[in-house]
Design a protein around this ligand. Structure first.
Ligand SMILES: Nc1ncnc2c1ncn2[C@@H]1O[C@H](COP(=O)(O)OP(=O)(O)OP(=O)(O)O)[C@@H](O)[C@H]1O
Ligand SMILES: O=P(O)(O)OC[C@H]1O[C@](O)(CO)[C@@H](O)[C@@H]1O
Ligand SMILES: [Mg+2]
Length: 328
């Protein structure tokens, strides 16, 4: 063990994601197993600034493995982007002799961790925790699998009512700049079309697809709209389509934050446990400024530089084409 790594803190930051609790549990227990003093920071970087940094033991993380959200709470903390905020955060960690920081979050969280680690020499390991699945270096981010399953369950229910009424539904899903969630849920729910942030929408093409379905006796249609789609939200698109295509009665559902909640899937519980366990082990080996991720079912390190510079989901054109073909 690196001698100055006796005290390690963990925080969750940015949007919460199912599986974060499984990950926190793994971090705390792995650290304790190795004889470290473990600390939990409440409310992400805000907690570092507010000195909300508390000792945790193996029992502080009992019975949380199956819970959604994060027991450490999370925040979008603007003050940490400022030099003064970072300075206070560093002083608070220094006073407790904490030299290792494990952050669980998305690209913003990683950006903050990189700046902080570089500026103050704190050892940093980052864990990809976001439903968006938009970080380079991990095939999956924590929470993505659960979110996809939650969305599919909701769309299945909408399909029941859509079909009963012969309706066209526009369903908006999350993924600010990333269409990964939208494309996967479109495949799994048999959606007739999907609009993504990575690809310009052609209204003409969309209407022609819906018309051909109606002409071949499709009783209902579902269009998945990613929230970051350039054309606008589900309401805007529904309005434009409705003007030119009157075959179906048109409805809109915004799934919103229900997509982020709920008990993590088996996959996310296992992923969270593996990433949390690996994060502590790698930190104790002396690794710093690295992300632990899953690649080809193995835990691999990616430098924060690389994870951030190459981050974002690359549209898989073959999957989009397949969605189109399978929904004729
Ligand atoms: N340039 C930066 N410098 C310092 N801290 C930053 C920076 N960018 C982001 N952060 C910190 O990281 C926090 C989380 O970032 P953000 O809100 O972008 O979420 P995220 O980690 O990308 O997760 P998600 O996208 O899943 O919601 C911010 O609220 C802020 O405290
Ligand atoms: O909870 P908030 O701050 O509204 O954030 C919503 C955003 O967070 C994410 O869910 C990622 O956590 C994005 O997909 C979404 O755009
Ligand atoms: Mg982000």
């Amino acid at each position: 063990m690196k001698s100055n790594l006796k005290n390690i803190a963990v925080l969750t930051s940015g949007g919460d994601a199912p599986g974060m609790n499984a990950c926190i549990r793994a971090v705390i227990r792995t650290g304790i197993y190795h004889g470290c003093n473990m600390f939990g920071v409440t409310q992400g970087y805000q907690g570092l600034i507010d000195n909300n940094i508390n000792p945790m033991d193996a029992r502080s993380v009992s019975n949380i493995l199956h819970m959604g959200g994060t027991i450490l709470k999370t925040a979008r903390c603007l003050a940490f982007k400022e030099d003064e905020g970072m300075e206070i955060a560093f002083k608070n960690l220094k006073a407790k002799e904490i030299h290792g920081l494990i952050v669980i979050g998305g690209d913003g969280t990683f950006t903050g961790a990189k700046r902080f680690g570089e500026k103050y020499g704190i050892n940093v390991i980052a864990i990809p925790g976001t439903i968006d699945n938009d970080l380079y270096g991990s095939d999956f981010t924590l929470g993505y699998d659960t979110a996809v399953n939650t969305i599919i369950e909701a769309i299945d229910k909408i399909r029941d009512t859509a079909d009963s009424h012969d309706r066209l539904f526009f369903i908006e899903v999350m993924g600010r700049d990333s269409g990964c969630i939208a494309l996967r849920t479109a495949i799994a729910s048999g959606a007739e079309a999907v609009l993504l942030p990575e690809k310009e929408t052609s209204l003409k093409e969309l209407i022609s697809k819906l018309k051909s379905g109606a002409n071949t006796k499709k009783s209902s249609s579902i269009v998945i709209v990613s929230e970051g789609n350039k054309y606008g939200g589900a309401y805007d698109i529904a309005k434009s389509v409705k003007r030119k295509f009157t075959h179906y009665d048109t409805k809109v559902t915004i799934l919103g934050h229900l997509q982020r909640g709920g008990s993590p899937s088996g996959f996310d519980r296992i992923l969270g446990s593996r990433l949390g366990y690996a994060a502590v082990n790698e930190m104790l080996k002396g690794e710093t400024m690295q992300m632990v991720g899953l690649r080809g079912n193995e835990i691999k390190l990616t430098s924060l530089d690389e994870a951030l510079n190459k981050h974002s989901y690359k549209l898989e054109a073959d999957l989009l084409e397949m969605t189109h073909v399978l929904s004729i």
